[in-house]
Design a protein around this ligand. Structure first.
Ligand code: GLC
Length: 462
């Protein structure tokens, strides 16, 4: 057995070189095309607009992010010893749920299991779990209960990737081993779907064929996921469709992302650079981290500024997407106080400006250099993110503008003619100057008004 493990390790080292954590590449195929019920299922989620992501697991102990085992090629045996130290002594699920709710998040997603294979829930056939290891706690159970109690929607992240299995790296060579790994995936999703009551979001990662065999593609010395047009083409199959079909039977209202081979309810965009285009046809979510770098706890990681995070959030909502922000708690279960403080600041911002975010859709004016717009019924919110704009001249909208004001009801002067709707932007130092535009009839959410990127706003009259 030892010799085999050694051989596996040699294979892995020779054929695949270590790297820093990978970025998920969006899929080419359209996972939502055959999923007509999705619109109804995602309705609450689209209204919610903001979620809190939590990456927590054994990797919090070395404090170098959730890819530490792979990046530093730590043997599975020595990495697994971390389970003896993972006591979760200060883990308080209610405290986490309060942090989320004070931040203004409406749903949470917790890494029930990441690529290292350590589960934060019970699994009868596997002892590599927080229940059987040092913590002796079912973290997922405590989390689900607390999140519900705080009035938030419950999300679980799950990655079928398991770096302990040679069959993951070489599914055709070690087929039996890959099959055991797949059984674990199917069994564990079944456990998550049946033991914890209603689960609102199953946030899959690493599934599908894109990452199978670990890609093995190197680019500038770093490991990369397989290119979209070069998915794993061997014999092994995760059988995602089977898992997801059963999951939907067990949890009919559940929504899932597009990181499996099964039909999804929403698309995932990953990282600050993945903002992308306006899209009000396909529900989507941008996930990113509150700190520079990885998702799991990293000592001394630089926290992103409030203004960066708010701007990104608003840019996302203005493109008709959801925003999920990640925090990686420390090994003992406590969150970094400075990161919590940043989340509170986001919560304060939402307290004041939330009406322009929650329950809105992106548009009608498309994003451009002035900023973005959101709307609900007869109200359009123009989010001026460009501080130097004193007059924003947007292409006219085919509906009568009745009134403009700030969110605290101070009048804003404007004009409307056949060509332009002009807004005299009130001067402010805020990250996002929001003008509330009241129109005569409710706006039809699917219609948009294109704006030339640079000509969308001007300080001079046209
Ligand atoms: C990537 C990373 C992973 C992280 C995830 C979140 O897929 O592999 O560490 O959990 O993105 O989107």
């Amino acid at each position: 057995m030892r010799t085999r493990a050694f051989l596996y390790a040699i294979f892995a080292c020779v054929l695949i070189s270590p790297t820093v954590s990978a970025q998920w590449a969006p899929l080419d195929r359209d996972p939502l095309s055959d999923n007509n019920d999705a619109t109804q299922r995602v309705a609450w989620w689209q209204q919610a607009r903001f979620g809190l992501f939590i990456h927590w697991g054994l990797y919090a102990i070395p404090e170098r992010g959730e890819w530490v085992q792979w990046n530093e090629q730590i043997s599975t045996d020595s990495y697994a010893k971390l389970a003896d130290q993972f006591t979760a002594e200060h883990f308080d699920a209610d405290a986490w749920a309060h942090v989320a709710s004070d931040a203004g998040a409406k749903y949470m997603v917790l890494t029930a299991r990441h690529h290292d294979g350590f589960a934060l829930f019970d699994d009868e056939n596997n002892s590599y779990t927080s229940v059987k290891a040092a913590a002796h706690r079912d973290i997922v159970a405590e989390y689900v209960k607390a999140v519900r109690k705080a009035g938030l929607q419950v999300g679980l992240y799950y990655s079928p990737i398991d770096w302990r299995f040679p069959g993951f790296f070489f599914p055709d060579l070690y087929t039996n081993n890959a099959v055991v790994m797949r059984e674990q995936y199917h069994r564990q999703i079944n456990e998550l779907a049946t033991r914890y009551g209603k689960v609102d979001v199953l946030w899959f990662d690493g599934g599908g064929n894109e990452w199978l065999g670990m890609g093995g593609i190197q680019f500038k010395g770093r490991w990369q996921a397989r290119a979209n047009n070069e998915p794993y083409a061997g014999r092994f199959d995760w059988q995602d469709k089977k898992v997801v079909a059963k999951l939907r039977e067990q949890q009919p209202a559940i929504i899932i992302n597009d990181r499996t081979n099964a039909a999804a309810d929403f698309r995932s965009r990953e990282g600050d650079n993945a903002l992308g285009k306006f899209d009000n046809q396909t529900p989507w979510e941008l996930c990113t981290t509150i700190v520079e770098g990885g998702w799991g706890y990293q000592k001394d990681a630089k926290i992103k500024s409030l203004s960066h995070l708010i701007k990104l959030f608003v840019e996302v909502v203005g493109r008709d997407g959801n925003f999920i922000l990640n925090i990686g708690p420390k090994a003992d279960g406590q969150m970094d106080e400075n990161q919590v403080q940043r989340l509170r600041e986001i919560g304060n911002w939402l307290q004041q400006n939330g009406e322009s975010i929650y329950g809105t859709r992106g548009g009608p004016w498309l994003p451009a250099s002035y900023g973005v717009s959101t709307h609900r019924g007869k109200i359009i919110y123009v989010h001026v993110l460009n501080n130097s704009a004193s007059v924003v001249s947007l292409p006219n909208i085919p509906v009568r503008v009745v009134k403009m004001s700030t969110l605290d009801n101070k009048p804003v002067s404007f004009s409307q003619d056949k060509q332009y709707t002009r807004i005299n932007v009130p001067s402010s130092n805020s990250i996002d100057t929001i003008v509330k535009v009241e129109i005569a009839q409710p706006w039809n959410s699917t219609a948009v008004v294109p704006v030339d990127y640079d000509k969308g706003w001007l300080n001079l009259d046209h």
